[in-house]
Design a protein around this ligand. Structure first.
Ligand code: PMT
Length: 219
């Protein structure tokens, strides 16, 4: 079996959380560690792809020096970085957990605890993946869906609405799946296919995802 199965392909991968500033010391974030995206980037690079990895704040380190790693903080920065490269990639995989909302205004100074309650107005962030779907031409576009209920229905809805070629579903109802863990349990959907996988390490999940992508590219 050929090992450099992605030779000649350029892959863009997003990873990690985004942090949306509230004031100079606080932010709205989420539990994403970046592991899933880093595993995908390493595996794609091992298969010979040119890899562009755009990650939100994460403690993950990239040992593979061939991976082009860009670190960003907020959803807006991630969007900007993604579209610096998007036109020229063959495959894009969005594994980042992007904040759907951000504070409308970022306080210039640290907010003082003077009041018994505090309201922070949030406004919708750009949907990076949806924008990728709208601008899709040559790219094979893969999204993720992180769900807690009506998982399959929601994932298929995102596949459709965001104009994706494939979506990877992980559910927080499955033990060992989703955030932080070194393991994940996924289901993959295309418009016509559905495949369920066992719980395994994120490195092995990355192999399953890229095997599936390669299978789709041959069709
Ligand atoms: O980083 P780890 O700790 O290893 O955890 C991995 C993971 C759980 C974060 C990962 O496997 C995962 O599920 N990533 C997607 C998380 C998510 O935000 O899912 P979602 O269903 O809310 O979003 C759907 C898709 O739209 C995702 O591909 C997301 O990247 C994208 N999106 C969402 C909102 C937004 N404003 N812009 C986006 O691009």
């Amino acid at each position: 079996r050929k090992t450099k199965t992605l030779e000649g392909k350029t892959i863009l991968i997003t990873a990690g959380p985004t942090y949306e500033a509230i004031d100079p010391v606080r932010f709205i974030g989420n539990h994403s560690s970046g592991k899933m995206g880093f595993s995908l980037a390493e595996e794609a690079s091992r298969r010979g792809a040119k890899v562009i990895l755009i990650s939100g704040p994460s403690n993950q380190v990239m040992d593979d020096k061939r991976v082009e790693l860009y670190r960003v903080t907020s959803a807006k920065e991630m969007l900007e970085k993604v579209f610096q490269f998007y036109d020229n990639v063959d495959i894009a995989i969005a594994s980042a957990a992007v904040a759907d909302y951000a504070p409308k205004e970022v306080a210039k100074e640290k907010i003082k605890k003077n009041d018994d309650s505090l309201t922070i107005e949030l406004v919708k962030n750009p949907d990076i993946l949806r924008t990728m779907g709208e601008k899709k031409s040559r790219q094979f576009l893969v999204g993720f869906a992180l769900e807690t209920q009506n998982e399959e229905e929601n994932a298929k809805g995102k596949l459709e609405k965001k104009n994706l070629d494939m979506i990877v579903l992980n559910s927080l109802r499955d033990e060992g799946a989703g955030f932080k863990n070194n393991t994940n349990k996924i289901k993959i959907f295309t418009k016509t296919e559905r495949k369920e996988f066992e719980l395994k390490s994120k490195d092995d999940v990355a192999k399953d995802i890229l095997d599936f992508v390669e299978g789709q590219l041959l069709k």
